[in-house]
Design a binder for this molecule. Structure first.
Ligand SMILES: CC(=O)[C@@H](O)[C@H](O)COP(=O)(O)O
Ligand SMILES: NCC(=O)COP(=O)(O)O
Length: 257
Protein backbone atom coordinates (compact mmCIF):
# COMPACT_ATOMS: atom_id res chain seq x y z
CA UNK A 1 0.00 0.00 0.00
CA UNK A 2 1.37 3.44 -0.91
CA UNK A 3 1.31 5.73 2.13
CA UNK A 4 -0.51 8.96 1.30
CA UNK A 5 1.89 11.63 0.05
CA UNK A 6 4.92 9.37 0.16
CA UNK A 7 7.46 10.70 -2.32
CA UNK A 8 7.65 8.11 -5.07
CA UNK A 9 10.81 6.73 -6.66
CA UNK A 10 11.00 6.13 -10.40
CA UNK A 11 14.12 4.10 -11.23
CA UNK A 12 15.63 4.92 -14.61
CA UNK A 13 17.36 1.79 -15.97
CA UNK A 14 18.89 3.39 -19.09
CA UNK A 15 22.41 2.71 -17.93
CA UNK A 16 21.89 -0.97 -17.36
CA UNK A 17 21.37 -0.95 -21.13
CA UNK A 18 24.48 1.23 -21.58
CA UNK A 19 26.55 -1.60 -20.05
CA UNK A 20 24.88 -4.16 -22.32
CA UNK A 21 25.31 -2.05 -25.47
CA UNK A 22 28.99 -1.55 -24.69
CA UNK A 23 29.62 -5.11 -25.94
CA UNK A 24 26.38 -5.90 -27.79
CA UNK A 25 25.69 -8.79 -25.41
CA UNK A 26 22.32 -10.00 -24.11
CA UNK A 27 23.31 -9.13 -20.54
CA UNK A 28 22.71 -7.29 -18.29
CA UNK A 29 19.06 -7.49 -19.18
CA UNK A 30 16.68 -4.61 -18.55
CA UNK A 31 13.79 -6.95 -17.74
CA UNK A 32 15.71 -8.47 -14.83
CA UNK A 33 16.92 -5.03 -13.74
CA UNK A 34 13.37 -3.69 -13.67
CA UNK A 35 12.12 -6.73 -11.74
CA UNK A 36 14.85 -6.37 -9.11
CA UNK A 37 14.25 -2.63 -8.78
CA UNK A 38 10.53 -3.19 -8.33
CA UNK A 39 11.14 -5.96 -5.79
CA UNK A 40 13.29 -3.52 -3.81
CA UNK A 41 10.53 -0.92 -3.78
CA UNK A 42 10.71 1.15 -6.97
CA UNK A 43 7.33 2.74 -7.61
CA UNK A 44 7.91 2.86 -11.36
CA UNK A 45 10.50 2.22 -14.06
CA UNK A 46 11.74 4.98 -16.36
CA UNK A 47 13.28 4.22 -19.74
CA UNK A 48 14.51 6.69 -22.33
CA UNK A 49 14.32 5.35 -25.89
CA UNK A 50 16.71 7.76 -27.56
CA UNK A 51 16.63 8.32 -31.31
CA UNK A 52 20.22 7.04 -31.53
CA UNK A 53 19.38 3.92 -29.43
CA UNK A 54 22.63 4.38 -27.50
CA UNK A 55 21.21 2.39 -24.57
CA UNK A 56 17.51 1.40 -24.36
CA UNK A 57 16.37 -0.52 -27.44
CA UNK A 58 12.89 -0.90 -28.89
CA UNK A 59 12.84 -4.55 -27.70
CA UNK A 60 13.38 -3.34 -24.11
CA UNK A 61 10.29 -1.15 -24.33
CA UNK A 62 8.08 -3.93 -25.70
CA UNK A 63 9.34 -6.54 -23.23
CA UNK A 64 9.04 -4.20 -20.25
CA UNK A 65 5.53 -3.30 -21.27
CA UNK A 66 4.64 -6.99 -20.81
CA UNK A 67 6.68 -7.64 -17.68
CA UNK A 68 6.61 -4.56 -15.41
CA UNK A 69 4.62 -4.99 -12.20
CA UNK A 70 4.53 -1.24 -11.45
CA UNK A 71 4.37 1.21 -14.34
CA UNK A 72 6.47 2.43 -17.27
CA UNK A 73 7.53 6.05 -17.61
CA UNK A 74 8.56 6.22 -21.28
CA UNK A 75 10.92 9.13 -21.91
CA UNK A 76 10.88 10.27 -25.51
CA UNK A 77 11.79 13.06 -27.86
CA UNK A 78 8.89 14.90 -29.51
CA UNK A 79 9.18 13.21 -32.89
CA UNK A 80 6.72 11.38 -35.15
CA UNK A 81 8.73 8.18 -34.68
CA UNK A 82 8.60 8.29 -30.89
CA UNK A 83 4.96 9.35 -30.78
CA UNK A 84 4.09 6.37 -33.01
CA UNK A 85 6.02 3.98 -30.74
CA UNK A 86 4.37 5.44 -27.63
CA UNK A 87 0.90 5.11 -29.18
CA UNK A 88 1.72 1.48 -30.04
CA UNK A 89 3.21 0.54 -26.65
CA UNK A 90 0.75 2.62 -24.60
CA UNK A 91 2.88 3.06 -21.45
CA UNK A 92 1.01 4.47 -18.46
CA UNK A 93 3.30 7.51 -18.50
CA UNK A 94 5.31 9.31 -21.15
CA UNK A 95 7.74 12.12 -20.47
CA UNK A 96 8.59 14.46 -23.37
CA UNK A 97 12.26 15.41 -23.24
CA UNK A 98 14.57 17.42 -25.51
CA UNK A 99 17.20 15.40 -27.36
CA UNK A 100 20.36 16.27 -29.27
CA UNK A 101 22.39 13.47 -30.82
CA UNK A 102 25.69 15.02 -29.79
CA UNK A 103 24.69 15.40 -26.13
CA UNK A 104 26.26 13.17 -23.49
CA UNK A 105 23.01 13.33 -21.50
CA UNK A 106 19.97 15.55 -21.40
CA UNK A 107 21.30 19.09 -21.19
CA UNK A 108 18.25 21.20 -20.50
CA UNK A 109 14.50 21.22 -20.20
CA UNK A 110 12.05 21.03 -23.08
CA UNK A 111 11.31 24.47 -24.55
CA UNK A 112 7.52 24.18 -24.35
CA UNK A 113 6.97 27.94 -24.61
CA UNK A 114 8.85 28.13 -27.91
CA UNK A 115 6.95 25.28 -29.59
CA UNK A 116 3.47 25.33 -28.08
CA UNK A 117 1.57 23.94 -31.08
CA UNK A 118 3.98 21.02 -31.57
CA UNK A 119 4.02 20.05 -27.89
CA UNK A 120 0.25 20.45 -27.53
CA UNK A 121 -0.33 18.23 -30.57
CA UNK A 122 1.94 15.57 -29.08
CA UNK A 123 0.19 15.81 -25.69
CA UNK A 124 -3.21 15.43 -27.37
CA UNK A 125 -2.11 12.34 -29.35
CA UNK A 126 -0.67 10.64 -26.27
CA UNK A 127 -3.57 11.59 -24.00
CA UNK A 128 -5.93 10.07 -26.59
CA UNK A 129 -4.18 6.76 -25.81
CA UNK A 130 -4.76 7.25 -22.06
CA UNK A 131 -1.07 7.97 -21.55
CA UNK A 132 -0.29 10.35 -18.67
CA UNK A 133 1.99 12.93 -20.27
CA UNK A 134 4.68 14.80 -18.38
CA UNK A 135 6.90 17.53 -19.75
CA UNK A 136 10.56 17.63 -18.71
CA UNK A 137 11.14 21.34 -18.16
CA UNK A 138 13.51 23.73 -16.46
CA UNK A 139 12.13 25.17 -13.18
CA UNK A 140 10.73 28.30 -14.83
CA UNK A 141 7.21 29.72 -14.34
CA UNK A 142 6.92 30.56 -18.06
CA UNK A 143 7.59 26.93 -18.98
CA UNK A 144 5.14 25.77 -16.33
CA UNK A 145 2.44 28.09 -17.72
CA UNK A 146 3.17 26.80 -21.23
CA UNK A 147 2.86 23.19 -19.97
CA UNK A 148 -0.59 24.01 -18.64
CA UNK A 149 -1.57 25.52 -22.01
CA UNK A 150 -0.47 22.24 -23.65
CA UNK A 151 -2.73 20.27 -21.34
CA UNK A 152 -0.02 18.18 -19.70
CA UNK A 153 -1.24 17.00 -16.27
CA UNK A 154 2.31 16.45 -15.02
CA UNK A 155 5.70 18.15 -15.26
CA UNK A 156 9.14 16.89 -14.32
CA UNK A 157 11.44 19.63 -13.06
CA UNK A 158 14.95 19.31 -14.44
CA UNK A 159 17.33 19.14 -11.49
CA UNK A 160 20.47 19.03 -13.66
CA UNK A 161 21.64 22.59 -12.89
CA UNK A 162 21.23 21.87 -9.17
CA UNK A 163 23.14 18.58 -9.50
CA UNK A 164 25.96 20.10 -11.53
CA UNK A 165 26.38 23.26 -9.43
CA UNK A 166 30.01 23.65 -8.41
CA UNK A 167 29.56 25.99 -5.42
CA UNK A 168 27.26 25.91 -2.40
CA UNK A 169 25.87 29.28 -3.42
CA UNK A 170 25.02 28.10 -6.93
CA UNK A 171 23.48 24.91 -5.61
CA UNK A 172 21.40 26.86 -3.07
CA UNK A 173 20.24 29.17 -5.85
CA UNK A 174 19.17 26.23 -8.01
CA UNK A 175 17.45 24.55 -5.06
CA UNK A 176 15.45 27.72 -4.43
CA UNK A 177 14.42 27.82 -8.11
CA UNK A 178 13.19 24.25 -7.92
CA UNK A 179 11.31 24.86 -4.66
CA UNK A 180 9.57 27.94 -6.09
CA UNK A 181 8.75 26.15 -9.34
CA UNK A 182 7.31 23.15 -7.47
CA UNK A 183 5.01 25.39 -5.41
CA UNK A 184 4.04 27.44 -8.46
CA UNK A 185 3.13 24.33 -10.44
CA UNK A 186 1.37 22.55 -7.56
CA UNK A 187 -0.79 25.62 -6.86
CA UNK A 188 -1.90 25.45 -10.49
CA UNK A 189 -3.03 21.85 -10.23
CA UNK A 190 -0.06 20.09 -11.83
CA UNK A 191 1.51 16.86 -10.60
CA UNK A 192 5.17 17.73 -9.99
CA UNK A 193 8.00 15.26 -10.48
CA UNK A 194 11.72 15.99 -10.54
CA UNK A 195 14.88 14.36 -11.80
CA UNK A 196 18.26 14.33 -13.53
CA UNK A 197 21.66 14.05 -11.93
CA UNK A 198 20.34 13.09 -8.51
CA UNK A 199 22.40 10.74 -6.36
CA UNK A 200 23.00 9.71 -2.73
CA UNK A 201 24.77 12.96 -1.79
CA UNK A 202 22.39 15.51 -3.31
CA UNK A 203 18.94 13.88 -3.22
CA UNK A 204 17.91 14.80 0.33
CA UNK A 205 17.44 18.53 -0.21
CA UNK A 206 15.29 17.78 -3.25
CA UNK A 207 13.29 15.13 -1.38
CA UNK A 208 12.50 17.73 1.31
CA UNK A 209 10.78 20.03 -1.18
CA UNK A 210 7.02 20.16 -0.51
CA UNK A 211 4.50 19.09 -3.17
CA UNK A 212 6.83 16.77 -5.11
CA UNK A 213 5.16 13.58 -6.32
CA UNK A 214 8.06 11.49 -7.66
CA UNK A 215 11.81 11.58 -8.20
CA UNK A 216 13.22 9.88 -11.28
CA UNK A 217 16.74 8.67 -10.58
CA UNK A 218 18.98 6.62 -12.84
CA UNK A 219 22.66 7.17 -13.45
CA UNK A 220 23.67 7.72 -9.81
CA UNK A 221 21.61 4.76 -8.60
CA UNK A 222 22.87 2.36 -11.26
CA UNK A 223 26.43 3.49 -10.50
CA UNK A 224 25.83 2.64 -6.82
CA UNK A 225 24.39 -0.72 -7.87
CA UNK A 226 27.75 -1.65 -9.41
CA UNK A 227 29.11 -1.91 -5.85
CA UNK A 228 26.15 -2.88 -3.67
CA UNK A 229 23.73 -4.50 -6.10
CA UNK A 230 20.61 -3.02 -7.64
CA UNK A 231 18.16 -4.02 -4.91
CA UNK A 232 20.33 -2.52 -2.18
CA UNK A 233 20.88 0.63 -4.24
CA UNK A 234 17.11 1.07 -4.61
CA UNK A 235 16.53 0.36 -0.91
CA UNK A 236 19.19 2.91 0.09
CA UNK A 237 17.69 5.60 -2.15
CA UNK A 238 14.17 5.01 -0.87
CA UNK A 239 15.45 5.15 2.70
CA UNK A 240 17.14 8.50 2.07
CA UNK A 241 13.95 9.87 0.53
CA UNK A 242 11.76 8.63 3.39
CA UNK A 243 14.15 10.02 6.03
CA UNK A 244 14.09 13.38 4.27
CA UNK A 245 10.32 13.46 4.31
CA UNK A 246 10.22 12.37 7.97
CA UNK A 247 12.53 15.27 8.87
CA UNK A 248 10.25 17.74 7.13
CA UNK A 249 7.20 16.30 8.89
CA UNK A 250 8.88 16.58 12.29
CA UNK A 251 9.73 20.22 11.56
CA UNK A 252 6.10 20.86 10.60
CA UNK A 253 4.83 19.15 13.77
CA UNK A 254 7.24 21.15 15.91
CA UNK A 255 5.96 24.40 14.40
CA UNK A 256 2.35 23.36 15.14
CA UNK A 257 3.13 22.67 18.84
C1 LIG B 1 15.49 13.25 -19.18
C2 LIG B 1 16.51 12.86 -18.22
O1 LIG B 1 16.97 13.62 -17.43
C3 LIG B 1 17.03 11.50 -18.20
O2 LIG B 1 16.10 10.63 -17.77
C4 LIG B 1 17.44 11.06 -19.56
O3 LIG B 1 17.26 9.69 -19.67
C5 LIG B 1 18.87 11.40 -19.70
O4 LIG B 1 19.35 10.72 -20.83
P1 LIG B 1 20.43 9.56 -20.60
O5 LIG B 1 19.75 8.48 -19.80
O6 LIG B 1 20.78 9.12 -21.99
O7 LIG B 1 21.54 10.20 -19.83
N1 LIG C 1 14.29 12.17 -15.88
C1 LIG C 1 15.41 11.90 -15.02
C2 LIG C 1 15.71 10.44 -15.03
O1 LIG C 1 14.91 9.63 -15.45
C3 LIG C 1 17.01 9.98 -14.51
O2 LIG C 1 18.01 10.89 -14.81
P1 LIG C 1 19.49 10.50 -14.27
O3 LIG C 1 19.33 10.18 -12.80
O4 LIG C 1 19.94 9.30 -15.05
O5 LIG C 1 20.31 11.72 -14.51
Amino acid sequence: MIEPNRLLLGVNIDHVATLRQARGTRYPDTVLAAALAEEAGADGITVHLREDRRHIQDRDIYLLKETLQTRMNFEMAVTDEMIAIACDVKPSHACLVPEKREELTTEGGLDVLGQLDKIKAACDKLAAQDIDVSLFIDPEPAQIDASIVCGAPTIELHTGAYAQATTHEAQAQELARIKEAAAYAYERGLVVNAGHGLHYHNVEQIAEIPHLNELNIGHGLIARAVFVGLKEAVREMRQLMMESQARVQMQRDAIKR
